[in-house]
Design a protein around this ligand. Structure first.
Ligand code: S3P
Length: 438
């Protein structure tokens, strides 16, 4: 196992200087490395020529699925203290004898499918019950533009057999789903194709693939509203220090925001602007949020302090959804602590996450006393809830489990989760971190 710093540093109650005042700080915490960045860093290092060194790769189960997949395709990975050392294949992946098990991780399956689409090997990708129920046509259909043959089961789901085209040409593709996983799968396929690949359409999603490819010496060009990658392109080894995962920190921020007098600081967290919309949402709910950026490239990072205040309801518009997609269950929980009706619309994508997050959120919130209405593409929460003890069905969905652990702690009611351990998909020591909040 890799050595790690303690996840939750003790609440020091120390004093730090601020430009305006001296103020008492409540716990300074760190969260595991960013899952989205780590998936990409591990994949790109495995694909690259040379030896990459990756710091602060999280040991959540999803990123372990990506590590397993990269080993199966021929890369060598080993831990050196808190660094993951990856000997890349220089682009020459080989097909394993067995299907690759992507566990619960949609990012692993969809991005690896993209990489494989332009490599002349035949690989089957599978996963757990949840992943095998999630839509894969969204990557399989556009990847066919590279001449790959991709077989799915009847419901357009995994297992997914990818027979890549080693002689692919670059393609012009209009992306029709606002999904960073789809955009990334296509950019990764473009790495193995001859000539430019040009993507248009729904591209305003997290941009870690674009940023991390540049760190591995491959540049994605912005051309008007399009993204262009000139293939074939070889990645070169890199040293990457993964910042903390803002989508994990979000649970701690929400706990502080919903608690009068609550406060938390999370240090060294990723602040990529395509991921920080939740901080603005916290402000709109009425919380106080202070951001200090410490570094900018390849990924912005720094510290965030959140202080709780009385919350009032907000409205999330469809255009905001891609920037908040993983935080929407938390938006619902905060809505249940706020005065008024909080609405989320344009979020049908929630129905195809690790669980149907519209229904799993609503059922869990109602079980604890919240008044929730659902719609095909979102929900409305009439706050504040009349909280009471209750049992929550997580549907083995890490973000549902953590969102309702937060609700229980803030509302001071007993929440019984049917599968608290599923938090380990992204945040193995979540319970201890939540417990350490003042
Ligand atoms: C991810 C993108 C998002 C997000 C997921 C991770 C990524 O999915 O929900 O947790 O790393 O690209 P979509 O891009 O499909 O919305």
């Amino acid at each position: 196992m890799m050595h790690r710093e303690p996840l939750a540093e003790p609440a020091g109650g120390s004093f730090v200087s601020d430009t305006r005042t001296m103020m008492k700080t409540a716990p300074h915490l760190r969260v595991p490395g960013d899952k989205s960045i780590a998936h990409r860093a591990v994949m790109f290092a495995a694909l690259a020529r040379g030896t990459s060194r990756l710091r602060n790769v999280p040991d959540g189960l999803d990123v372990l699925s990506t590590q397993r997949a990269m080993r199966a395709l021929g890369a060598t990975l080993h831990a050196d203290g808190d660094t993951l050392v990856v000997e890349g294949c220089g682009g020459a992946f080989r097909a394993p004898d067995e299907p690759i098990d992507c566990g619960n991780s949609g990012t692993t399956m969809r991005l690896v499918a993209g990489i494989l689409a332009t490599r002349a090997i035949d690989v089957t990708l599978t996963g757990d019950d949840s992943l095998r129920a999630r839509p894969m046509r969204r990557v399989a259909a556009p990847l066919a533009a590279f001449g790959a043959t991709i077989d799915l089961s009847n419901g357009w789901t995994a297992p997914m057999r990818v027979r890549g085209n080693g002689d692919a040409r670059g393609a012009e593709i209009a992306v029709t789903v606002a999904s960073a996983q789809v955009k990334s799968a296509l950019l990764l396929a473009a790495l193995g194709a001859h000539g430019p690949t040009r993507l248009t359409g729904e591209l305003a999603t997290r941009d870690h693939t674009e940023r991390l490819l540049a760190a591995f010496s491959v540049h994605v060009r912005a051309d008007g509203g399009a993204l262009v990658l000139d293939g074939p392109a070889m990645l070169h080894a890199a040293e990457i220090d993964v910042p903390g995962d803002i989508s994990s920190a979000a649970f701690l921020f929400a706990a502080a925001a919903a608690t009068a007098g609550g406060t938390v600081t999370v240090d060294d967290v990723g602040l990529n602007p395509t991921r920080t919309a939740f901080l603005d949402v916290l402000r709109r709910f009425g919380a106080e949020v202070e951001v200090r950026i410490a570094a900018d490239a390849p990924e912005p990072r720094g510290s965030v302090t959140v202080r709780g205040r009385a919350l009032h309801a907000i409205e999330i518009l469809p255009s905001e959804v891609p920037g908040l997609i993983d935080e929407l269950p938390l938006v619902g929980v905060l809505g249940a602590f706020a005065n008024g009706t909080t609405t989320v619309r344009g979020a049908a994508e929630l129905r195809v996450k690790e669980s149907d997050r519209i229904e799993s959120f609503a059922a869990a919130a109602r079980a604890l006393g919240a008044d929730v209405e659902t719609a095909p593409d979102g929900f409305a929460v009439h706050g504040p809830a009349r909280w009471h003890d209750g049992a929550v069905a997580t549907h083995h969905d890490h973000r549902i489990a953590m969102a309702f652990a937060v609700a229980g702690r803030v509302a001071r009611v007993r929440v019984t989760l049917d599968d608290p351990d599923c938090a380990a998909v992204s945040f193995p020591n979540f319970a201890a971190a939540l417990e350490s909040l003042a």
